[in-house]
Design a protein around this ligand. Structure first.
Ligand SMILES: [Zn+2]
Ligand SMILES: [Zn+2]
Length: 273
């Protein structure tokens, strides 16, 4: 089955389309499972600049999601959730808030480090790669241990997609121990790793890098899913075929999808690259 576990509609500050348009695109492209996962960026509240960005109106989005869930579509299961961007300061709020909503899937990801979004180049300026990468890996490790429920670990390696170091790879000996510890933690907690294809870096086509996915498999990790992280209907399922091929080459045979947080395994099918 073709699945897409991560996308944004107009309820996210950087999304544009109505969820119905995104859902129609998923159905047309033959996805059997498709999730809308709006940005829940409580971490932004603790940032200098990003704190002015519009926050998700969670009650309003949830009301809409509840309505959209009633659409009976034979070809596609439509799931709804959020991408909860981690920061230590936001953790308590997430813990209190997320339990009030019966979502299908919650993605736990990292966008901001030390009060700034790693999306912006200035985050890396004048800083050594090892310092930035170690800071990110430590924060990622912290984020796995949050007290609230989440299902999927979002775009592992986020920092590598916006920086311009000569070798952006996280698959280097100096990071191997930390990455192993992270992957073991994900496996021990029975969480899912997404292959995210919303990448703007010329050298990377998806996250996490293949070397990290291979190591995850080697260590016994089997919960994996596909995420286009689309923000417009045209991008729904973007590079699905590539992710499915890479996952299969590594040895994965099933995608994991979530319905009301309950994992379900479906066979990985190939698709257009
Ligand atoms: Zn994200
Ligand atoms: Zn996203």
């Amino acid at each position: 089955m073709k699945v897409d576990c991560h996308s944004h509609s107009k309820y996210s500050h950087d999304g544009r389309a109505d969820p119905l348009k995104m859902m129609a695109a998923a159905r047309e492209k033959g996805f059997g499972y498709y999730a809308v996962t709006e940005h829940l960026d409580r971490d932004y509240k603790y940032c200098k600049k990003e704190r002015f960005l519009k926050q998700l109106n969670l009650p309003r989005y949830y009301r809409r999601a509840e309505k959209l869930r009633q659409i009976d579509c034979e070809e596609t299961f439509f799931a709804f959730g959020v991408e909860a961007a981690y920061s230590a300061k936001a953790s308590e709020w997430y813990e209190k808030t997320l339990k009030k909503y019966d979502f299908d899937v919650v993605i736990n990801s990292i966008h901001t480090i030390n009060g700034g979004d790693a999306y912006f180049g200035k985050f890396y300026r004048g800083r050594e790669q090892d310092e930035v990468y170690n800071e990110y890996l430590d924060l990622l490790s912290e984020s796995l241990k949050v007290p609230y429920d989440y299902d999927v670990v979002g775009h592992i390696g986020y920092i590598t997609r916006y920086c311009d170091y000569p070798d952006v790879s996280l698959v280097q000996p100096q990071y191997a121990d930390k990455i192993d510890a992270l992957l073991k933690e994900i496996i021990a907690r029975d969480k899912c790793v997404e292959i995210n294809t919303h990448i703007k870096h010329p050298l990377t086509e998806f996250l996490p890098e293949r070397g990290i996915l291979e190591r995850y498999y080697e260590l016994g990790g089997r919960k994996i899913t596909f995420s286009s992280d689309a923000h417009v209907p045209e991008d729904v399922g973007h590079k699905y075929g590539l992710a499915a091929r890479v996952a299969t080459e590594i040895g994965f045979t099933e995608w994991t999808v979530y319905k009301r947080h309950i994992p379900e395994s479906v066979p990985i099918t190939s698709g257009d690259e």
